[in-house]
Write a protein that binds this ligand. Sequence first.
Ligand code: ADP
Ligand code: MG
Length: 240
Amino acid sequence: TATATPVLEVSGLGKSFLGVAALQDVGFTLREGSVLGLIGPNGSGKSTALDCITGFTRPDSGQVRLRGRDISGRPAHQIARSGLVRTFQTIRLYDELTVGEHLGLALRGLSAEDAGSDDLRQYWLEAFKLLRFRDAPAGILSYGQKKLVALAAVLVARPAVVLLDEPLAGVNPLVIEVIDQAIKHANEAGQTFLIIEHNVEFITSCCAEVVVLDAGRKLAEGPPSVIWDDPAVYEAFLGR
Ligand code: ADP
Ligand code: MG
């Protein structure tokens, strides 16, 4: 709800590549326990915004606050350890490492090896039907399974804030359903989400609020029902 505590506050975010603006003065607030959608046409700056927020790219301007603390320009591993963890649009797995090793690596990287982590590892491996692949190298998995491993690697560490870059892109409807349920489950358990997605049905059912980017700028924000009826949003997606 609009009254919940802000967890992540982004303001005035700007980033250019070789003089071309990928992001200009982008700002939004992610509230405790919410699922915020970040949408926009290809090239509108969504992934760059995530890169700036999570420390994978240094923004040229603007501020990122996590629970009121300025984390702008901090290194990625430090931001991750403070509870803000992401996935990538392009899957980043090591072909030679097993599924189990990926989850172990994720937990160690986040210093999240605690009493509950074994149970959680088991839970997500089961939920994602990956148990029998625990000792299999990631390289043999299907694209959808790789997406699930990348997501499990984030969820096992139970970060307070989860940022997902196109979690459903390229996966079949059965896997979409599994990921949809996983996000809703983790959200009900208290995790806050920022999700870049093109899937309208998913955005509508998961996100109370949506931020729309177009050509590096914030075009609109509001509940999905209002956003889908906005002629400016429609026009942005059709292209001009
Ligand atoms: P989206 O995720 O919304 O599709 P991106 O954030 O990936 O968009 O890209 C926004 C713009 O920034 C695009 O024009 C893209 O070509 C450019 N861009 C993104 N990353 C880089 C980079 N590392 N170097 C140069 N240009 C980039
Ligand atoms: Mg992208």
